[in-house]
Ligand binder design. Structure first.
Ligand SMILES: Cc1cc2nc3c(=O)[nH]c(=O)nc-3n(C[C@H](O)[C@H](O)[C@H](O)COP(=O)(O)OP(=O)(O)OC[C@H]3O[C@@H](n4cnc5c(N)ncnc54)[C@H](O)[C@@H]3O)c2cc1C
Length: 407
């Protein structure tokens, strides 16, 4: 079968959602010839509760895309109500990176916005192309092999292939990229969309389960519950009944609120895969997004981290392809920087997603309604703008836990 092309592109990106479309856009804006392929035909939804963090919104702003996102009519979020055991409080972080609110845009809106921006930057973005193999020259990856939406073979060549193809990454499997720091996933989620609710963000943690929700597009509110995997099979036997029960047990006030609205879509159910890092570079290839670093969605960092590390990867790739330094050295630094800066939130995410908080956390949460400053700090920590070490420092908590202590 004749090959479709012998052109050598600068970069091929596999996967065209938050990590892939983004890194493709950033490299094309630097003048590189980039093709980006995805097996999906867009616009297409993705299984995700799609909360963006301030870090992700700041990246969109830097790329000139935040105003476009706001123009889609997504409801801004500026308050979070949280509860655990008898602790109950509301608040929000002070601005992080200049961003004072968050958004939870539907994925068929957000991903399309990123894909449009990539095409505008000059990316040849091809939908319906499934990658099944890699072209190699010795140990070097030099391209992709796959098929298009009509089943016709596709072969493309590039100086670098980037896998942005999600946690089950084909590129990772084909390169043999090893996982490390693996922590098993212990929970599953069920969620849907309600109309007729007026609600900001809610996060309520109960006995080995959590419920919550937040506003998104078109007047709809995303409503979710999370439980341990040992309850997965019984839950599926009666999704609607068990979903309602989770709210009654964990947050009766929200259960009553749901009764005032209408569920508009089917339930989406997903078991969370394990948490892991993957080796994210090798001769002629790199990984970004969930393909290289995946964690439980409990802290809502997957999309924002995809932006942050797509930005970092584009920077390092530019250094390598422009011969400012050897590409392999630049890619090794990308992985090291990513791991270093993400590790504290990785640990925090894996710990908090177990839904059993340490006694110290509970003591602090009970006290938070008495301190607006600490409440703001708590939400700043949850958003990744303050480290757990800084927040839980004895000095910082003294005035919260011991207000009569003479400080
Ligand atoms: C239930 C759930 C809730 C979540 N909630 C949140 C949240 O609230 N906030 C948040 O930030 N994150 C959340 N996440 C995580 C977030 O969705 C991911 O971190 C994010 O989608 C990762 O983006 P990505 O671009 O790396 O991969 P993906 O979004 O998985 O995109 C990968 C793309 O690669 C394509 N692809 C795969 N294989 C091939 C192939 N062989 N050939 C061609 N194309 C291929 C796929 O079609 C897909 O379009 C949630 C995840 C789940 C499962």
């Amino acid at each position: 079968m004749p090959e479709r092309s012998k052109t050598v592109h600068d970069v091929i990106v596999v996967g065209a959602r938050c990590a892939g479309a983004t890194v493709a856009m950033l490299l094309a804006r630097r003048g590189y010839r980039v093709i980006c392929v995805d097996q999906a035909l867009f616009p297409k939804d993705a299984v995700s509760t799609h909360m963006l963090r301030q870090s992700g919104l700041a990246r969109l702003r830097d790329w000139g895309l935040l105003d476009r996102l706001k123009a889609t009519g997504c409801t801004p979020i500026h308050s979070i109500t949280m509860s655990y055991a008898d602790a109950h409080f509301s608040g929000f972080s002070d601005p992080i990176d200049g961003i004072a609110e968050t958004y939870a845009p539907r994925r068929f809106v957000l991903d399309a916005l990123l894909q449009d921006a990539a095409r505008e930057a000059g990316v040849d973005l091809r939908e319906g192309v499934t990658v099944t193999d890699l072209v190699r020259d010795g140990e070097f990856v030099t391209g992709i092999v796959g098929r298009d939406r009509d089943g016709e073979p596709v072969t493309e060549h590039a100086r670098l292939v980037i896998g942005a193809d999600g946690y089950a990454s084909t590129v990772a499997q084909l390169t043999g990229a090893q996982k490390y720091d693996v922590i098993p996933g212990e929970t599953f989620t069920a969620y849907s969309y309600w109309s007729g609710l007026t609600m900001q963000s809610q996060l309520r943690i109960g006995d080995k389960q959590a419920v919550g929700g937040w506003p998104t597009h078109d007047g709809k509110t995303l409503i979710w519950c999370v439980q341990y995997v040992d309850r997965f099979a019984p839950f599926r036997a009666d999704v609607e009944g068990n979903f309602a029960l989770a709210f009654k047990e964990t947050a009766p006030d929200l259960a009553e609120l749901l009764d005032t609205g209408e569920r508009e879509e089917r339930f989406y159910i997903a078991r969370y895969p394990e948490n892991f890092y993957r080796e994210s570079h090798g001769p002629g290839w790199a990984l970004v997004g969930d393909a290289g670093y995946h964690k439980d969605p409990f802290t809502g960092l997957g999309i924002s981290d995809a932006f942050t590390y797509a930005d970092l990867l584009a920077e390092r790739v530019h250094e390598g392809l422009s011969a400012a330094r050897p590409l392999d050295e630049a890619l090794a630094e990308y992985q090291a920087q990513r791991d270093r800066s993400s590790k504290p939130m990785y640990r925090f995410t894996c710990d908090s997603s177990r839904l059993v908080l340490p006694d110290k956390h509970v003591e602090v949460m009970r006290a938070l309604p008495g301190s607006a400053t600490h409440t703001q700090q708590w939400f700043r920590m949850m958003a990744g703008g303050l480290s757990g070490r800084e927040f839980f420092a004895e000095d910082n908590l003294a005035s919260l836990l011991n207000p009569q202590g003479g400080r």
